[in-house]
Design a protein around this ligand. Structure first.
Ligand SMILES: [Zn+2]
Length: 365
């Protein structure tokens, strides 16, 4: 196997977005970093710690309205003055340091991209928070502040001369913010979004169905795969084989950005899926092979959700092993497979319907 250098973006500033007993807790990152320390990942010369920078407000404005940026800043200041956590909406909380941490969260991705494009690392895992994929141009929601991956996409287009980006979002919740932002495509490049998530009829935010395909320049480039509850990772592998791989052979993305949630695990407290700790890494392995073919192996993964701290840490470790071409993955003793009913639904309904919707836009269907 070829030796790989993998960057890990992390900084304690991400712990300063501290929102009390909220499920999107700073302990999620503490759990990941402690596990990587136990496994001596950071001592391995094939891994490199990447420190984030602060993204500029000009860069945040690539996808967000100024009013949203000002709101986050002002509410963080209220929290600073009052000493109390504030709420942007029912789900999304802000502490005194949230505004700063959010700028560093975006800036972590930007530094990761720089290191990849400069050839210092082959690929990057950004262990950042607050997460981003539910926030759209004008509203923060679903525990998310700035949409990290959408800003990273525009950064590639506007500052790095990249023309084609594939976003793969495997968080258990539909990445509705990212979809909203690129629903009509981008004026600055071509972006295809592959979103897999628990069916919106059964989970927040209730969107992301197969007939949601984008419009204008984005028509046919929003690709939603809404998985039934209890689907195991075999179902997302069908998505890769039947949909993602054929489209990418046509689209030839130059850079792959991944919104990685680890809340598809079968024990996750917020969701109802059936993945193991090996699921995301298995999926990533296929994505990586495809990235090597078209994108020179350029993959940046950013952390979104994942609420079982110990399971998430192991799943992240497994993903890092795949990024770094190592085989020593942690495997759950009991493999999980989707039931007959789930498989029948996906094979006879979900995939054929999705192909029918995409047929006018892609030669492969
Ligand atoms: Zn999620």
């Amino acid at each position: 196997m070829v030796k790989m250098k993998t960057g890990i973006v992390y900084d304690p500033v991400y712990l300063s977005h501290r929102i009390g007993v909220h499920v999107e807790s700073h302990e999620r990152l503490v759990g990941i970093m402690n596990f990587l320390k136990d496994k001596k990942v950071m001592e391995n010369p094939n891994f490199e710690l990447i420190q984030p920078r602060k993204a500029t407000t000009e860069q945040i404005k690539y996808v967000h309205q100024e009013s949203l940026i000002n709101e986050v800043k002002e509410v963080s200041e209220i929290s600073q003055v009052t000493g109390h956590i504030q709420q942007l909406d029912m789900d999304t909380a802000v502490s005194a340091k949230t505004y700063d941490a959010s700028l560093y969260s975006v800036g972590g991705l930007l530094n990761g991209i720089d290191e990849i494009l400069e050839g210092k690392v082959n690929n990057v895992f950004a262990a950042v928070r607050p997460p981003g994929h539910h926030s759209n141009a004008y509203k923060c929601s679903g525990f998310c502040i700035f949409n990290n991956i959408a800003i990273a996409t525009e950064y590639l287009f506007r500052e790095k001369n990249i023309k084609r980006v594939a976003i793969i979002d495997w968080d258990c919740h539909h990445g509705n913010g990212t979809q909203d932002i690129f629903y009509n495509g981008s004026e600055n490049g071509d972006v295809v979004i592959f979103n897999s998530h628990q069916d919106g009829r059964t989970l927040y935010p209730g969107s992301g169905f197969v007939n949601d395909i984008g419009s204008g320049k984005g028509e046919g480039k929003i690709i939603n795969y809404s998985m039934p509850p209890r689907a195991a990772e075999d179902i997302v592998m069908l998505y890769f084989e039947e949909i993602i791989n054929p489209i990418c052979q046509e689209f030839k993305p130059e850079f792959i950005l991944i919104s990685a949630g680890f809340d598809t695990h079968w024990t996750d407290r917020l969701t109802n899926m059936g993945w193991t700790i090996q699921g995301p890494a298995t999926y990533l392995k296929s994505i990586k092979t495809m990235a090597e073919e078209y994108a020179n192996g350029r993959i940046l993964i950013t952390l979104e959700g994942g609420y079982e701290i110990d399971k998430q840490a192991k799943a992240v470790y497994n993903c890092l092993q795949v990024l770094n071409n190592n085989d020593d993955n942690l495997i759950e003793e009991k493999p999980r497979k989707s039931g007959e009913e789930v498989l029948n639904y996906v094979n006879s309904k979900l995939i054929p319907e999705l192909k029918e919707h995409l047929n006018p836009y892609w030669n492969c269907f």
